[in-house]
Design a protein around this ligand. Structure first.
Ligand code: OSB
Ligand code: MG
Length: 371
């Protein structure tokens, strides 16, 4: 794969409704896209940063800097790239900046599959032609709005409800949902809002038979989570704490996590996501694919990675229309009435990025040519 041209884009898309977590509220998604152009194909990757460094330290500004100054020049130093795994190896000396790296890794995986004329799912070693999905629901000021959301997405067929919690919006919210909706598949995501001082409150959640509690403690912790897991019946699922295969290995070894949420951006790309997949399969740790409120392009990559066999729990890859009035791919990612997405069979990511729509939501771009 010989890149002739790489295009970097800053994107800004407004969601249908604000999404509130314990670390803030988002309505506008500022992120980046990268396009890798060869003579015959274009590979697309989404960089799932946001405007503010609250979920992770990376932002549009830091990712742009890393891509422009370091990552894209490294690609052009090579005559060509023979396999997308080489991208991860090439970027390894650069510390962290995983979302910036993942964007190019994803574009090369798309390119690789397109050149071979196969789906990205197949290129990654996927084994499913349908994936199961759930939905992530933000914190609502009025619990009736949350009730309405749960009702709406249950009706649409989503296979599990993930409820964002934060101090003051936790036990009573989960209790109210259990009382109203009965034994639906449900989990909670705290986005690091608690500490071990909240142990008694966290133990109260055990009563509600949640599938798991996601990232209750600090974003950079795997020690306290191990202590907490010993006290809880509910399985802990780490999100923010896992940036790599090594993080996953250590967290599993310590007993800090019984389930892992894999986000391609957070772990630095699809190659690393595959390594984590294989490790977790061997260790008996089930996975699901997390989301970063992606446009259709990042969403398509998430669909593809979820076809790997150890992604056994419904992920956060909801349909395009849950977020966007207008998505930048055709067709949209659609969730069927049974809560599944049928994996597309066109080569590469399988959904077609629409150049005019990409242009419409681009706020800045830079074209870098070989040589
Ligand atoms: O913690 O999983 C998270 C969105 C942005 C940042 C972090 C998270 C989320 C979500 C939404 O839960 C997942 C999605 O619908 O894309
Ligand atoms: Mg999370």
């Amino acid at each position: 794969m010989k890149a002739e041209k790489i295009v970097l884009r800053k994107m800004s898309m407004t969601m249908k409704s604000p999404f509130q977590t314990s670390f803030g509220t988002q309505l506008v998604r500022d992120f980046m896209l990268v396009e890798v152009h060869t003579k015959d194909f274009v590979g697309y990757g989404e960089c799932v940063v946001s405007g503010l460094p609250f979920y992770s330290e990376e932002t549009v500004g830091t990712a742009w800097h890393m891509l422009e100054e370091f990552l894209v020049p490294m690609i052009f130093e090579k005559e060509s790239i023979s396999h997308p795994d080489d991208i991860a190896a090439m970027f390894a000396p650069i510390r962290r900046n995983n979302m910036a790296k993942a964007a190019l890794d994803a574009a090369y995986w798309d390119l690789y599959a397109k050149q071979k004329g196969i789906t990205l799912a197949k290129a990654l070693g996927g084994t499913k032609d349908k994936i199961e999905v759930g939905i992530s629901l933000g914190i609502e000021a009025d619990i009736n709005d949350l009730f309405r959301n749960v009702e709406k997405y249950l009706e649409q067929g989503y296979r599990r409800m993930k409820i964002k919690i934060a101090p003051g919006k936790d036990v009573h919210v989960i209790r109210a949902l259990r009382e109203r909706f009965g034994n639906i598949p449900m989990m909670a995501d705290a986005n690091s809002a608690y500490t071990l001082d909240d142990l008694e409150m966290l133990k109260q959640l055990d009563e509600f038979d949640l599938m798991m509690i996601e990232q209750p403690l600090a974003h950079d912790d795997i020690i306290d989570h191990a202590a907490l897991q010993k006290e809880l019946k509910t399985p802990i699922c780490l999100d923010e704490s896992i940036h790599s295969y090594e993080d996953a290995r250590k967290a599993i070894e310590l007993g800090s996590t019984r389930i892992i949420n894999v986000k391609v951006g957070r772990v630095g790309g699809l190659t690393e996501a595959k390594r984590i997949h294989d490790l977790c399969q061997e260790k008996g740790i089930p996975l699901w694919c997390g989301g970063m409120l992606e446009s259709g392009i990042g969403r398509a990559h998430n669909v593809a990675i979820t076809t790997l066999p150890n992604f056994t729990l419904p992920g956060d890859t909801a349909g395009s229309s849950r977020y966007w009035k207008e998505d930048i791919i055709s067709p949209y990612v659609e969730v069927a009435a049974d809560g599944t997405i049928t994996v597309p069979d066109a080569p590469g990511i399988g959904y077609t990025p629409v150049p005019e729509l990409i242009e419409k939501y681009t706020t800045a771009s830079k074209v870098v040519m070989r040589g």
